[in-house]
Design a protein around this ligand. Structure first.
Ligand SMILES: Nc1ncnc2c1ncn2[C@@H]1O[C@H](COP(=O)(O)OP(=O)(O)OP(=O)(O)O)[C@@H](O)[C@H]1O
Length: 275
């Protein structure tokens, strides 16, 4: 990022006045993003919170190219990708979803799933059947999960537990070269111990690969504990942006108070948010 007096580099992600309107001009018109602006430096890990319908998934969809903007501009590096379709952005951007099934094919083996992930990134020279080197590479990556999956390359994905599948999804997302990782409540469907394991794996991958990451979570604890910066969305805009000492001094209770303040009501479901 350069020090305070170092050269200013353009951010890895520059989201400029993003607007997303669903069903425009109909009675169902819905402004999911309302001029959202956000600059994210390279290597920064942003945690994204906000109540239901705040626009968190829509923001990730806009960054991955899964939905079209109604207005605004997205730059990755200094490249304007606003009109790039998802497949074109996939060389830069990968995504992991809440549902462990979403990123993998359960009828294929672990090896076949991972081979597809390698090819999606356009790795050259990869044959339909994996060569010895590719298989060794995948085995090495899997062994680092500490789940024993390196010995189960020929097992169908459908045989794995939700946590194991999510670990493989995360690995698959980061197999091919990428710059940006989008995590959409990727531990929400897991038990606390497994969620913790996946979060530690997430942390290792983000730091090792120097990824710029956005992680949507409903857990205030996760939002403050992981990453470098926490952003709260409300009605399609950023309403709170915490970094540095301000973030370090923030408590889960403080964040919940901000939540209530934004919603103009007392939260009746603190348990969910505290989890
Ligand atoms: N494909 C769609 N068509 C119409 N409306 C949509 C669509 N996707 C999202 N919306 C609406 O846009 C708004 C923002 O939704 P979004 O999913 O981004 O919220 P969120 O912050 O991710 O919420 P949650 O925490 O519930 O997942 C909501 O009002 C939602 O109903």
């Amino acid at each position: 990022m350069g020090g305070p007096f170092g050269p200013r580099r353009s951010p890895m992600i520059s989201a400029d006045a993003l607007q997303v309107v669903f069903n425009p001009g109909t009675p169902l018109e819905n402004h999911a993003l309302r001029g959202l602006t956000l600059d994210i430096p390279e290597g920064q890990w942003l945690t994204v919170i906000g109540s239901n319908g705040a626009g968190k998934s829509t923001l990730l969809n806009a960054l991955s190219g899964d939905i079209r903007l109604s207005a605004g501009r997205i730059l990755i590096g200094s490249q304007d990708v606003t009109r790039w379709p998802t497949h074109q952005r996939s060389a830069l951007v990968a995504r992991v979803f809440q549902d462990p099934l979403a990123g993998t094919c359960e009828r294929l083996t672990i090896e076949e799933n991972m081979a597809l992930a390698l090819r999606r990134g356009g790795v050259r020279g990869l044959r339909p059947a994996l060569g010895r080197h590719e298989r060794e590479y995948l085995r090495e990556r899997l062994s680092r999960l500490g789940l024993g999956l390196e010995n189960r390359l020929k097992d169908r994905m459908g045989l794995l537990s939700g946590g194991q599948r999510q670990a493989v999804s995360l690995l698959m997302a980061t197999l091919a070269p990428l710059r940006i990782l989008l995590l959409d409540e990727h531990t929400a469907a897991l038990d606390p111990r497994t969620a913790d394991l996946i979060l530690r794996l997430t942390q290792d991958l983000i730091r090792e690969l120097n990824l710029t990451a956005l992680m949507v979570t409903h857990s205030m604890k996760q939002a403050l504990h992981f990453g470098d910066r926490t952003v709260m969305l409300h009605e399609g805009k950023v309403v709170l942006d915490l970094t540095g000492a301000e973030r370090a001094g923030m408590t889960v209770e403080g964040l919940l108070a901000q939540f209530s303040h934004q919603r103009g009501e007392d939260l009746d479901d603190d348990a969910l948010l505290l989890g």
